[in-house]
Ligand binder design. Sequence first.
Ligand code: GLN
Length: 485
Amino acid sequence: MHTRTLAQLSADLRARRVSATELTKHFLDRIARHDATLNAFITVTSEQALAAAAAADKRLGRGDATPLTGLPIAHKDIFCTAGVKTSCASKMLDNFVAPYDATIVERLQNAGVVMLGKTNMDEFAMGSSNETSFYGPVKNPWDHALVPGGSSGGSAAAVAARIAPAATGTDTGGSIRQPAALTGITGIKPTYGRVSRYGMIAFASSLDQAGVLTQTAEDAALLLEAMAGFDERDSTSLDDAVPNYSKLVNEPWERVTIGVPESFFDAGLEADNAKALRVALKELEKLGATLKPIELPHIHLSVPAYYVVAPAEASSNLSRFDGVRFGYRSAAKADDLLSFYMRNRGEGFGPEVKRRILTGAYVLSAGYFDAYYLQAQKVRKLVSDDFTRAFREVDFVAGPTTPAPAFGLGQKTGDPIQMYLNDIYTIGANLAGLPAMSLPCGVVRGLPVGLQLVAPPLHEAQLLKTGHYFQRVTDWHQRVPANYA
Ligand code: GLN
């Protein structure tokens, strides 16, 4: 049952081959059996899940169910969930119980989705390996000595190990696509503004976007169509009708031109990873796509620009965590207000979060604003213009999601720059606000790798459809790690 996709489980529920309660119990059992090893969940909400499943069963019986009613999923612990601990994997919020639901949580709940729990992640979504979490690292289900990627590492590991059929995630610089690639699943980051950020704890507001991690592109379409759409509570939300993604993915595939930046295949990309990618591109060609070499002349500047813009925004967003109204408060007695703040923040935040706050405050300071922050914003525009120019000639830009398959736990924690370089292929789409998806496309040294497709703004339907067609002729997305099959 656990290897079935959301689309298949939705059909099973409707045909009453399985009840929502049975399905929920099955996944809660799997979590109980495997999560001590994986550490993919921070909180498992068994009671609420069973209550929601019972309500879903009633709804299925009454005949007013949606295609999502009764499907269990997990939420990244960055989304506020009413009455449930919402920690962002930080000691700072270890005691925080959200008083309201994030818009996407509310929308999925209204559709009848059953929440299994909240998944582990890098602290405040800062990281590429899930190792900055206050709750400890997540293991990659393909090899427990390796990282699952990050920051949505818990969501990715849960779906890859089939202890949850699907999960939500957020992507500021690659945090959905990179862990999806390193665990062999599908991940999509929609256009900036497509999905509401209300109730999603902010990291870098101009880059953050919510999305999903699923087994297939078809499943991503199903979830995304219930999550996306205008929300008056998010001032950056796009007021644009949401297409019927799950229907569109099955429509005939129109011929597309796929741009391939040759610079993506330089020495930075592991040779076997490049090989797998070429085979995947051939597969798309066989389906009828035309491949076209293109250039994105400024893409190599995206990592340095991101690591100015993202920390700048983070330093501002995280200033609200001072221990006054909610969150961690030091037990030590403070002498004055400043030492009170310093104790709470000094003890409540982990080292990576502090590094970002310091970098951010520095690049925004009066003396350095022009030299760093303003300069980075200019570079961001150049990167964005590269994509705009490319999309005059091609429908998608294709490339690797990551430079190599999953790396070892502890392998890059001593060198932040090495860690940051892992996002070299994914950050461009965030800087430009574009939708992008990672699809499992091969195996290198026994480990999954991903193919990334980036599309013009609001072309999620085309992206998902291409993913769906690719997954009709490939079976990488059906592979399950040995211990979890
Ligand atoms: N790895 C990147 C970072 O550390 C991106 C994280 C994300 O997308 N949330 O900032």
